[in-house]
Design a protein around this ligand. Structure first.
Ligand code: GUN
Ligand code: ZN
Length: 445
């Protein structure tokens, strides 16, 4: 329905944003007409939520006195990017050289995570992580903390301070790791319950039961995860599955009675809506069917999967089974906080698998697709009326090369493709959270 332009009052508008707008209304693989592009549009906000998206020329004179206007004419505004899987404690060990998953965990990851027993260290890294999220246009993340409850307090507190939308949890791991990082089934249960009470649904925070991965969790601990979900059915569940072939073989030895790696989690009731599994590279047809039926989501982590030599995720197979898929950085195995750079690598992973990745599908994955994977699409992911106004302001030509390339592009699709292949933090002019500007290219606000 088209709204006829008319004067707005303060009850319907306290903030307006002028720019070109692109957002998705559906999955481009499913619905033909899946996006809306508004050249020189005006996004009308009230109390951090979308009121409407209209043509600026028709509405600009009707803004009420006292409303704020962000003038981003010539820039492209998209919904804030959604990172469906990452590890904030691995921020400072990103780009550690030379191993595949299991050795990488032992050599770099576990020692780095040990330091999060110290709350001051956790606070410092949590602040750095959130700054970097904002610098890259990411406004929602699903995050692993460490085994230490204080590491969860640190990231939720910082997200709350910045109004970021965050899914996070205490890592649960009671075996096959250094003693200094282990909890027990009982202690992880008690600590998780306490953290749920402290943080779940506080502001924009959501708690995720977070078993690290099956090799680090005893049967008793996986049982506890299922119990937590049974007692608190609105919680999230996040973990890793079928990332690396040595890992898959190890899980088969540890859980000889289970049909597959995914079946281990399924057995303990850990597959369902709001379950998010990173990687899912080495799944078979039955696993995929099970993922789809359960409503669980896959976090596609292309930079991480290439960096650790884990393998090529099959996006087309996931689409054929109608599984929810979101994009993920998986820092610190992932090599960039940038969702643009993550899309660049995603495109190459798909190309190596003999498939394409259209720019429409790519930016869908980074926005609405991620929101759907986290079952947050009633709140974020596009500019539908009532949604929380998280958005990123993109400069498509911050360098001479990108200017030259964009000058050759004749369609929106071409410009989006050049953006995802060449773009990075230089393209992020500003990031807004609940309407409010939290980052501009050269400084935090
Ligand atoms: N599997 C278990 N823990 C981890 C982790 O920290 N990173 C990755 N990429 N895979 C994992
Ligand atoms: Zn991970």
């Amino acid at each position: 329905m088209t709204v006829v332009p008319a004067p707005l009052d303060n009850a319907s508008c306290d903030t307006a944003v002028r720019a070109d707008f692109l957002h998705f209304t559906g999955d481009p693989d499913v619905a033909g007409d899946s996006y809306e592009y508004v050249e020189d549009g005006l996004l009308i906000l009230r109390q951090g939520r979308v009121q409407m998206l209209v043509a600026a020329a028709e509405w600009i004179d009707f803004l009420p006195d006292g409303s704020a206007l962000y003038d981003y004419r010539g820039r492209l505004v998209m919904p804030g990017f959604v990172d469906t899987h990452t590890h904030y404690p691995q921020t400072e060990m990103i780009a550690s050289h030379g191993h595949q998953l299991l050795d990488w965990l032992e050599q770099y990851t576990f020692p780095a995570e040990a330091r999060f027993a110290d709350r001051a260290h956790a606070d410092r890294v949590a602040a750095l992580f959130c700054r970097e999220m904002l610098r890259q246009g990411t406004t929602t993340s699903a995050v692993f903390a460490t085994v230490h409850p204080a590491s969860v307090d640190a990231i939720f507190a910082e997200a709350e301070r910045l109004d970021l939308c965050l899914v996070a949890g205490k890592v649960m791991m009671d075996r096959n790791a250094p003693e200094y990082l282990l909890d027990t089934a009982e202690s992880s249960y008690a600590q998780s319950v306490e953290l749920v009470e402290r943080w779940h649904l506080k502001g924009r925070n959501y708690y995720a039961v977070t078993p690290r991965f099956a090799p680090c969790c005893s049967d008793a601990q996986l049982e506890v995860c299922g119990r937590l979900l049974g007692e608190h059915p609105d919680l999230y569940l996040q973990s890793h599955v079928a990332e690396n072939l040595d890992e898959v073989r190890w899980v088969a030895e540890l859980f000889p009675d289970r049909r597959s790696y995914l079946d281990v989690y399924d057995h303990y009731g850990l597959l369902g809506p709001r379950s998010v599994y990173a990687h899912c590279i080495h799944l078979d047809a039955e696993d995929r069917e099970r993922m789809a039926r359960s409503g669980a989501a896959i976090a596609f982590c292309p930079t991480s999967n290439l960096f650790l030599g884990s393998g090529l995720f099959d996006l087309d197979a996931a689409r054929d089974e109608d599984i929810r898929v979101g994009l993920a950085t998986d820092v610190g195995a992932g090599t960039s906080f940038s969702q643009l750079q993550t899309l660049n690598e995603a495109y190459k992973v798909c190309a190596l698998g003999g498939h394409g990745l259209t720019p429409q599908k790519a930016f869908y994955l980074a926005t609405l697709g991620g929101a759907r994977s986290l079952y947050l699409d009633h709140r974020i992911g596009n500019f539908a009326v009532g949604k929380e106004a998280d958005f990123v302001v993109l400069d498509l030509a911050p360098t001479e090369l990108m200017q030259a390339r964009m000058a050759q592009a004749t369609t929106l699709e071409e410009r989006l493709f050049a953006l995802m292949m060449l773009g990075d933090d230089r393209c992020i002019q500003a990031t807004h959270v609940m309407g409010r500007r939290r980052h501009t290219r050269d400084r935090l606000e």
